[in-house]
Ligand binder design. Sequence first.
Ligand code: F7E
Length: 304
Amino acid sequence: MVRRVALEDPSRRLGRLQSVVGSLRLHAASLESFPSVYQVFRAVQPDECYHLAAQSFVSYSFDDEFSTLNTNINGTHFVLAALKDVVPKCRFYFAGSSEMFGKVAEIPQTETTRFHPRSAYGISKVAGFDLTRNYREAYGIHASNGILFNHESPRRGFEFVTRKITSGIARILAGQSKELRLGNLEAKRDWGHARDYVEAMWAMLQQDEPDDYVVATGRSHSVWEFVRMACGMAGLDPDKYVVTDPEFYRPAEVQLLIGNPAKAQAKLGWRPSTQFADLVCEMVTADCASLGVEVPVTKSIEVE
Ligand code: F7E
């Protein structure tokens, strides 16, 4: 399901889907329109629905709280309400987020950790989480929440810090940029590979009973550690290129996220297969290749 603007400009808007777009059937609808969502459910009669659509850039949710809350909360409500009416047997996945934990109540975070969101985005995801749980309990929908920690890949949007770092390094090597401007380098995230996390989403919908699951690697690294590793792989000295800029700091920060995926491991048989260094290496290599930069990427950089 994609917005009409994307269908009208597929080469730009769907660029990152190039390798699979031929085997997909795209339907125009908007999370802002209940009737459009309803019609897609009626036309497709899906067996499984993966609801990831959202304004997902946490930083932007401070600039426009209203549209973030409207789109993310109403959009999830529209999808659930239409599903219940049209295809109540359809299995439903909601993309919850580690941002729901925000100012963390315990370390590591599990399915029972209290939520304390620190942004409109986090608040909207808590609302979506509760809507999903309530449709499960009130209407018997097979609806599961994934509480996914940061998941990255070479397809990540350029505004998120991992891709900003790896694409910035490629631009420096290509002579298109002289510095890498970042915000809070101390923030710690539990970064995994999106490819692994999508498998966990699918596995949730194959269970007899719906449930909620933390999906994470159980390891945490700071933004600075990501920078150091990525620069090291590309042969750059981070101290020469990284500039901190207040523009990229957030009014309220989530300082430390680290998930405990024990339940997903026990019940779904899920384990992350990509290590941090391999993720960083894949992203640096892909961004360098896209700019035609040859770099002897080495994975042997150690981060404490
Ligand atoms: O920031 C710090 C920033 O924007 C990570 C989304 O997929 O994962 C993502 O949310 C950290 C933050 O991702 C810059 O302050 C420093 O502490 O890559 P991010 P996020 O906010 O963690 C969760 C699980 C989601 O659900 C979200 O949808 O990096 N940071 N300097 C920076 N961040 C950005 N974007 N840009 C910087 O220059």
